[in-house]
Design a protein around this ligand. Structure first.
Ligand code: ADP
Ligand code: MG
Length: 322
């Protein structure tokens, strides 16, 4: 279990992490989602004691990282992808880590096997691709057989087969009862992996919710309808008390409606339909909306920060916006 309480990190004027409180629980994959610059890596570094909080507190199974004896046996972490300059082999890199953390050397072979690096174990890491580097980082995280695992954007640099592999790995680690905390800036990635979701923007907590709840709340379902007799159809729908909105290109979107109901209504009034298709709004859209106000650099103005929004609270139902 990882517990954050009012965790805050300031770099000069910049508040990178702003009063974060949440708990990461065992047995499930918890996704840590936020746009670039939201404060995910800074939060993870504070969990590992690599950065000092300006305020607040973070504990691992009730202790600060520094209080853990042989910390790699409690919590294993893959931090942001980095280039490997090492003159050491993958095997020796892991062996050194094992030695200094009271981990039996047999684990080195085990984890190399788990991450699929056995064949290159005796090769120097400086020649490793980003994907191989990620795998070696994951091997190091698994080395101490820890109950808690933390991965910072682990799919970066992995090919599709590698991405599939890491998703499966994270789920199986959680299924073994471990705490798995994984960050990403991609909702699509989290939707496939995480059972619980913590969303941050500009260092602030925006949502702490189960994935199922997030999907329930945010996946608007509607029916797309096209007809050459659009005006007539609008009238008929209106009379039946069905709300339809025009979304351009002659398309009508019927919120919360059932395709069957609309089709039968149209048939009864001899209206031709060219399309009648149930739709789901994407989770990516929901995530973009949730974080829109907190995105630090918008795509269209990559170099200039958005003007700071005054802080405000929006109450109720577990959602926080700032
Ligand atoms: P994320 O991992 O979500 O992309 P980071 O935690 O890396 O976000 O960064 C959060 C914010 O803190 C960013 O605005 C970043 O520029 C800033 N930041 C991170 N590390 C430092 C540092 N060492 N000094 C100054 N600012 C930093
Ligand atoms: Mg990061």
């Amino acid at each position: 279990m990882i517990e954050l309480e009012g965790l805050t990190k300031r770099y000069g004027e910049k508040v990178a992490v702003n009063n974060l409180s949440f708990t990461v629980r065992p047995g499930i994959v918890t996704g840590f989602l936020g746009p670039n610059g939201a404060g995910k890596s800074t939060t993870m570094r504070m969990i590992l004691g690599l950065d000092h909080p300006t305020a607040g507190d973070v504990r691992i199974d009730g202790k600060h990282y520094q209080q853990l004896k042989d910390p790699l046996t409690y919590i294993g972490a893959l931090l942001e992808a980095k280039a490997w300059h090492g003159g050491r082999t993958a095997y020796n890199h892991l062996l050194c880590l094992a030695h200094s953390n009271g981990i039996p050397r047999s684990r080195v072979r085990d984890v190399l096997e788990t991450v699929g690096l056995t064949a290159v174990a005796r090769k120097k890491t400086k020649g490793f691709s980003m994907g191989m580097g990620q795998r070696l980082g994951i091997a190091a995280a698994l080395l101490g057989d820890p109950r808690i695992l933390m991965f910072d954007e682990p799919v970066n640099g992995l090919d599709p087969e590698g991405i599939h592999w890491i998703r499966t790995l994270m789920k199986s680690l959680a299924a073994q009862g471990r705490t798995v905390f994984v960050s990403s800036h991609l909702m699509s990635e989290m939707a496939l992996t995480a059972e619980h979701l913590v969303v941050i923007g500009q260092g602030r907590l925006l949502a702490d919710t189960s994935m199922a709840d997030f999907i329930d709340r945010n996946s608007r379902s509607y029916v797309r309808v096209r007809s050459p007799q659009r005006e007539r159809l609008l009238d008929v729908l209106h009379q039946a008390g069905v709300v339809a909105v025009e979304s351009g290109d002659g398309v009508l979107e019927v919120d919360g409606g059932k395709a069957e109901q609309i089709g039968e209504l149209a048939a009864r009034h001899r209206i031709t339909l060219h399309e009648l298709s149930p739709q789901q709004a994407s989770l990516e859209e929901a995530f973009m909306q949730l974080t829109a106000e907190s995105v630090e650099y918008h795509a269209h103005s990559e170099t200039s920060p958005a003007s700071p929004e005054p802080a405000r609270q929006q109450g109720g139902d577990g959602w926080k916006r700032g």
